[in-house]
Ligand binder design. Structure first.
Ligand code: PMP
Length: 392
């Protein structure tokens, strides 16, 4: 075939700049702070054989059969307890299982976005959400954020000035910034979505990865009728199994099920059965502290190395969990040039501008991941980056 006729909407979909960066990162000898993925050491590899055997003993061929779009019954039941442990009350009927939380984001885009609709997002925001929504042609309204997360006044101004179709935020240990929305602001956001009768998508993949401090309630608990709560087992079990889920208001859930039918019929029955056994057998509860004890010293090592090695004029987030630290350099610095110098020194990160819906924002920022390498390599990487940044 000489010519491929693409759909008009395909033109709006660029290859992720981060995928390009990740290609560079796989060069030999590179220390990468660029990834956004869990450490393979965090996977409960030692449990998988036993869980697989249990799945086959308990469910037999039905674990390999087609299954309802809403999700595998025993997993939906198990997720009720999982959510309850995280401070949320839901019935299994309210839970929709999806192929990763990315699967929810795509379905939400398909159900909710007509070309040209306004979608409000944080700045910076999760790049994967921008990619999931892109085919449907939204226009983004960027909401201002600071160290305590999204600024409610900025949200109210956006709601006042634009007919916002929905708001998308990651309130806890955000990707890319590591920031967490304070309790007072969660309450303010809940009040605003109720006042303006607008839908909020609360994406929460990271709240279980808390290393210090106390847990904050989900916004879903404060405005249940206005919030779709989206989460995943990717960071607390294994991302390759692709098990995510959401709790959506009933009317929206109905439509999400209809579009999911067309997208993939249902999420892998076998993977859902593994996840069900992982939760009901108490394995998630037992394994989570192991993940936390792996990441906690890595975050501490990164923060202390930033303190020691980064030049004056740089500021960074001090998250209590998650996978990322966000660094803000001095106004006017060229982070892309710094990235090139860092690559020459065999250290990679992601320049922060890639995480903004609008162009020319975050030019002096960077995202640093701390889950993939140990404390010694982290210290070395941050020391190298400190030297690289000092040239500006
Ligand atoms: N939302 C956010 C904020 C994320 O960081 C990620 C993972 N990078 C996802 C959603 C997607 O996760 P998954 O599809 O594996 O559940």
């Amino acid at each position: 075939m000489r010519q491929l006729q693409l759909a008009k909407r395909t033109a709006g979909m660029g290859a992720s700049a981060i995928r390009e960066i990740l290609k560079v990162v796989s060069q030999p000898g590179m220390i990468s702070l660029a990834g956004g993925i869990p450490s393979p050491e965090s996977f409960p590899l030692d449990l998988i054989e036993m869980l697989s055997r249990r799945v086959l003993d308990k469910y037999g061929a039905s674990a390999l059969q087609y299954d309802p779009t809403e999700g595998f019954g025993p997993l939906r039941e198990a997720l009720v307890d999982h959510l309850y442990a995280g401070g949320m009350t839901a019935s299994s009927q309210e839970i929709l299982v999806t192929s990763g939380s990315q699967g929810v984001l795509d379905a939400l885009g398909m159900v909710l976005i007509s070309k040209g609709d306004f979608v409000a997002v944080e700045s910076p925001t999760y790049l994967g959400a921008l990619q999931a929504f892109a085919p449907y042609g939204p226009r983004y309204v960027s909401l201002a954020s600071d160290d305590a997360g999204l600024i409610p006044e900025s949200l109210e101004a956006a709601l006042h000035s634009h007919p916002i179709q929905f708001i998308y935020i990651v309130p806890t240990f955000q990707n890319p910034s590591g920031r967490t929305l304070s309790l007072a602001r969660r309450k303010a956001v809940a009040r605003l979505v109720q006042k303006y009768d607008v839908l909020l998508v609360e994406d929460d993949p990271y709240s279980a990865l808390r290393y210090t401090g106390t847990a904050l309630p989900a916004i879903k608990t404060m405005a249940p009728e206005h919030v779709v709560y989206v989460s995943t087992l990717s960071k607390v079990f294994a991302p390759g199994l692709r098990v995510g889920f959401c709790l959506a208001p009933a009317l929206l859930r109905k439509w999400l099920v209809i579009v999911k039918q067309g997208i993939d019929l249902h999420t892998s029955t076998y993977c859902q059965a593994l996840a069900a056994e992982y939760i009901t057998g108490g394995h998630l509860r037992n394994h989570l502290p192991r993940i936390i004890s792996l990441y906690k010293p890595r975050l501490a090592a990164m923060l202390s190395a930033l303190e020691r090695y980064f030049p004056a004029g740089f500021h960074w987030s001090r998250p209590e969990g998650g996978m990322f630290v966000w660094v803000q350099g001095p106004q006017g610095m060229d982070m892309d040039a710094a990235y090139q110098r860092a690559i020459e020194q065999k250290v990679a990160f992601v320049p922060g501008r890639h995480f903004f819906a609008a162009d020319s924002q975050g030019l002096e920022t960077m995202r640093l991941n701390f889950t993939m390498i140990d404390a010694t390599d982290l210290e070395h990487a941050i020391k190298t980056l400190g030297r690289v940044m000092d040239i500006n």
